[in-house]
Design a protein around this ligand. Structure first.
Ligand SMILES: [Zn+2]
Length: 166
């Protein structure tokens, strides 16, 4: 065990040691001299062939970088398509109540007597469950009310109206 650890330490890279690295100038993997390290990572080397000093790169890392760039390029158009799709969806449903809202309205109206609907005005005393008759939006049921405002469910969706004014 100790022998193994020792021999491994022997081949660990260090400043002044040789390392195979990719030389951009020579365009191939060649023997380099390590000139700078950060911790155990080689960051700078000098080419034994052209004496050019540059950042340490193996051929494998060059390939990985190229692949990462290619992946990014193919991803970008896909993201743009998704964004356009969501915008189109939003625009087409604008203002219309969802089937869930319509269903809830029908369910709540089924238990209400329209003859007892209170004609809406800002002076109406709000209380949850109260059926009101609005001149513009029609029949609506107060879902909740607080601080002089109430959320009213109409056939066209929920709206906030003013209540409890003197
Ligand atoms: Zn070189």
């Amino acid at each position: 065990m100790s022998f193994h650890r020792l021999s491994r330490a022997d081949v660990e890279p260090g400043v002044g040691r040789d390392a195979d690295a990719w030389c951009g100038r020579c365009g191939q993997e060649l023997g380099h001299l390590i000139v700078a390290m950060v911790g155990k990572v080689v960051v700078r080397v000098r080419c034994n062939t052209c004496s050019g000093e540059h950042a340490y790169k193996t051929t494998r890392q060059v390939a990985a970088t190229a692949q990462a760039k290619a992946t990014k390029a193919t991803r970008a158009p896909r993201a743009a398509t998704a964004a356009t799709g969501s915008t189109t969806r939003k625009a087409s449903t604008g203002g219309e109540p969802s089937p869930a809202v319509r269903g809830l309205y029908k369910k709540q109206m089924a238990s209400k007597d329209r003859a007892q609907a209170v004609r809406y005005s800002p002076t109406v005393e709000s209380s949850a469950g109260l059926l009101i008759d609005h001149p513009k939006f029609g029949y609506g049921i107060i879902q909740s009310a607080a601080g002089g405002k109430g959320n009213v469910l109409f056939e066209t969706g929920e709206r906030t109206l003013v209540f409890d004014r003197e």
